[in-house]
Design a protein around this ligand. Structure first.
Ligand code: ATP
Ligand code: MG
Length: 558
């Protein structure tokens, strides 16, 4: 056994190790990640990416990025670009150039001709309805198409004519001649090629026939010398067809298909088709809306590549499907950010405080650590002035027992600053509290006060030397744990109307005026927040809430 991984073992890795040990596998391990460019990548794809690139890495092999582009009507360049960006951002490098199944259209066509010549494929003129009728069902065998025994020469001619544009969309198809009575419906003479007059993003108008996924995929794998073709469980029943194709063409090699369970996450959907509906129907702003379970949405929300990779590791790879708690994903990002996120203060619901005994024109510059446990991250300058803001929720007139924040005639410490005591409440005409007059204790910077004890520590910013920002407070996109499962109602009925709450004109400490764009901040006592560079182009300073501070995942599990 050669390769050892630092990560948890998965069954695919063990399988390959065994094959190497027994001498059944020699040479490089080559895998591929094969997205269809018909949408943006989501967290489910991340699992497949981590697995395919991870296996290659573990065995010192290679992983290709190949676009499975056989449906030109649904595909486009925007998706291709986004997918490349996301794979790179996750930290993976594909071997050589990006590949496209369409690179192999000529070869695939030639293999189809080979099958026809061997009497293993035929051109069929059944309509779609007839075809499904002839296909039979799980209980009943299918019936042979009346075109099944067309002579080879006629098939060759018709297939050429299909390619040359002599027939209309859908008029003819090329089918494999396998077994209409097979218990596996995928083997009941599946379609290999169909006519589609559609311009293709890579091949333009060269083709008006396009190969089906089940025919394209094994051939593309073989053309690239893939050794292990890892795919999700729904393709298990297609494996006999995958193998049939490779056994019946004179391809360069025969990769091994291995299936694993899809990743499903609760409180969201992981299907490009459904995610596309959310975008197209305006339920979210875009594919990279931070509420989306897309890689690009998660990036904008503040998820790090490390946290996504850790999460995929935690989920593991197995044969049994299931739904993973989104709390686990949130746990992964908290763990990562807790050790790395710079700290800052931001007051979400500003309430003005005037320190009556602090000089009007004075400013002190306090030095606060960027990270309390990591001195190597340095210090930040936070101005202390006569007028400050605290959070409205950190003050009550009639404190409950054990109140840990500010109340009339009570004292709190302002994080990294002095202790102050509330002396007077100022209200506007409607009775709303608009300001607190407080006294600060000049002897309390970094030391406990003499003779009294502050209630607790709250965050704050200078009122006169801070910056204004807007905050997008994101919550789960769906209220239903499994929005897909409701047979009565559309999944969009379960959207959370409060998945985005926008807080405007919050006050952030001065250092946030030029925020880092590489890592979210921990806003003390509030959560993790990531600078939204795109949204901030308008001149506003915008932060997205990545996740709250409180972690409930794994509670009650010892
Ligand atoms: P969707 O249903 O979201 O459209 P898909 O399977 O059609 O997904 P592809 O672009 O064909 O999307 O997927 C590329 C690769 O990612 C495939 O190998 C597929 O098996 C894998 N994949 C897709 N969704 C998941 C998931 N939820 N969990 C694990 N792997 C996935
Ligand atoms: Mg697909």
């Amino acid at each position: 056994m050669s390769a050892q991984s630092k990560k948890a073992h998965n069954f695919i890795q063990s399988l390959i190790e065994d094959a190497i040990a027994k001498g059944e596998h020699t040479g490089k391990v080559v895998t591929r990640f094969p997205p269809e460019p018909n949408g943006y990548l989501h967290i489910g794809h991340a699992k497949s990416i981590c697995l395919n690139f991870g296996i290659a890495e573990t065995f010192g092999g290679e992983c290709n990025l190949r676009f499975d582009d056989t449906n030109p009507e649904k595909e486009n360049q925007e998706y291709i670009d986004a997918i490349k960006r996301d794979v790179s951002w996750l930290g993976y490098e594909w071997a050589g150039d990006v590949r496209y199944a369409s690179d192999y259209f000529d070869a695939i066509y030639d293999f189809a001709v080979e099958l026809i010549e061997k009497g293993k494929a035929y051109v069929c003129a059944l309509t779609a309805e007839e075809m499904s009728e002839y296909r039979g069902s799980l209980r009943e065998p299918g019936k042979n198409s009346p075109y099944r025994d067309r002579p080879v020469a006629e098939n060759l001619q018709l297939f050429r004519d299909m390619r040359d544009g002599k027939f209309a969309n859908g008029e003819l198809v090329l089918r494999a001649k396998i077994d209409m009575a097979s218990p596996n419906i995928n083997l009941r003479d599946p379609i290999l090629y169909r006519i589609r007059y559609a311009s293709h993003h890579q091949t333009g108008d060269k083709w008006c026939i396009y190969p089906m996924y089940d025919f394209t995929h094994p051939i593309s794998d073989a053309m690239e010398g893939i050794t292990h073709s890892l795919c999700t469980l729904e393709f298990e029943d297609h494996r006999p067809l995958y193998d049939w194709v490779l056994e019946n063409i004179s391809g360069p090699c025969h990769p091994r298909q291995i299936e694993f369970a899809r990743l499903n996450l609760n409180y969201t959907v992981t299907s490009k088709r459904k995610l596309k509906r959310l975008v197209d129907e305006g339920f979210v702003d875009s594919w990279d809306d931070p509420r989306m379970p897309t890689i690009s949405g998660m990036r904008r929300r503040g998820y790090t590549p490390e946290s996504i990779r850790t999460f995929c590791d935690m989920v593991g790879v197995n044969k049994a499907g299931g739904t993973v708690d989104v709390g686990m994903l949130e746990h992964a990002i908290r763990e990562d950010l807790n050790t790395r996120a710079p700290r800052a203060m931001c007051v979400m619901r500003p309430l003005k405080v005037t320190l009556t005994n602090y000089p009007e024109d004075k400013t002190e510059t306090l030095e606060l650590p960027v990270h309390p446990q990591d001195p190597t991250m340095g210090a930040r300058e936070v101005p202390w002035t006569r007028e400050l803001y605290i959070d409205r929720e950190d003050f009550v007139e009639e404190p409950p027992r054990k109140w840990k924040r500010l109340a009339p005639d009570q004292a709190v410490r302002l994080r990294g600053g002095y202790v102050m005591t509330c002396r007077q409440i100022i209200r506007d005409d409607s009775g709303q509290i608009v300001e607190l007059k407080c006294e600060y204790d000049p002897a309390t910077l970094g030391v406990n006060p003499e003779g009294y004890k502050p209630n607790g520590v709250i965050h704050w910013v200078s009122a006169t030397d801070s910056v204004e920002a807007d905050i997008n407070v994101y919550d789960r996109l769906f209220l239903h744990e499994n929005p897909d499962s409701d047979r009565e109602r559309d999944f969009t009925d379960h959207l959370n109307p409060e998945s985005l709450v926008r807080l405007e004109k919050v006050r952030a400490e001065k250092s946030l005026g030029h925020p880092r764009a590489d890592l979210p901040y921990q806003f003390e006592r509030e959560g993790y927040f990531f600078f939204d560079e795109a949204a901030s182009e308008s001149g506003r300073l915008v932060f997205n809430r990545t996740v709250t501070l409180r972690d409930s995942w794994g509670q009650g599990k010892g």
